[in-house]
Design a protein. Structure first.
Length: 142
C-alpha cells in the first residue's frame, strides 16, 4: 500500500503564496487611493446648520418619500450656499421643493427639513428654514 501525503495544516518552507507581507499591500493601497480621491473632490458650499428654534411643526399622517437626486448647477457666485431639496407637506400630501443656491444670512443657521416621531406615535414635520437667535418678526420670510 502506497503512503499518501496528507495535509495536516500549514506547510512551512514551501512556496504556496505571495511572500510574507505582500498580501497586505493591496488593501492599504486601495484605502490610500480612496482617501486621496475623496480629499481632492470638489466641495459644495453649504450653510452652517442648526436646530429649529422658533418653528411650529405641523402634524403629518405619514413620512415623506425618499429624497430625490439632484444635479447641482454651477455656483452663481463666491458667497452662494447650496440648500438641498426636500419634501414639503401640503394639504394634499408631499410636494418636492427643489434645492437651490442661496446667500448666507448674517447671524443665522439653516435648519433643514426634519421629521420627528413623538413617543405617542405622532409624526411632526418642520419645514427647512433659516434660524437665528432672534425670534422672527411678522415680516420675515423663509
Amino acid at each position: 500500500m502506497a503512503a499518501s501525503k496528507m495535509n495536516n495544516g500549514p506547510s512551512f518552507g514551501t512556496s504556496s503564496g505571495p511572500p510574507p507581507g505582500r498580501g497586505r499591500l493591496a488593501p492599504v493601497l486601495l484605502a490610500g487611493i480612496t482617501l486621496l480621491i475623496g480629499a481632492c473632490a470638489p466641495r459644495v458650499p453649504v450653510p452652517p446648520t442648526g436646530p429649529h428654534t422658533h418653528d411650529t411643526p405641523e402634524l403629518v399622517p405619514y413620512p415623506p418619500p425618499p429624497a430625490r437626486v439632484e444635479l447641482i448647477p454651477p455656483t452663481p457666485g463666491p458667497d452662494a450656499l447650496w440648500i438641498d431639496g426636500h419634501w414639503m407637506w401640503t394639504a394634499g400630501g408631499y410636494a418636492w421643493r427643489a434645492g437651490g443656491w442661496e446667500q448666507a444670512r448674517a447671524g443665522a443657521d439653516y435648519a433643514p427639513a426634519t421629521m420627528v416621531r413623538r413617543s405617542n406615535g405622532e409624526l411632526l414635520y418642520y419645514v427647512g428654514s433659516w434660524q437665528s437667535d432672534e425670534p422672527p418678526t411678522a415680516g420675515d420670510a423663509e
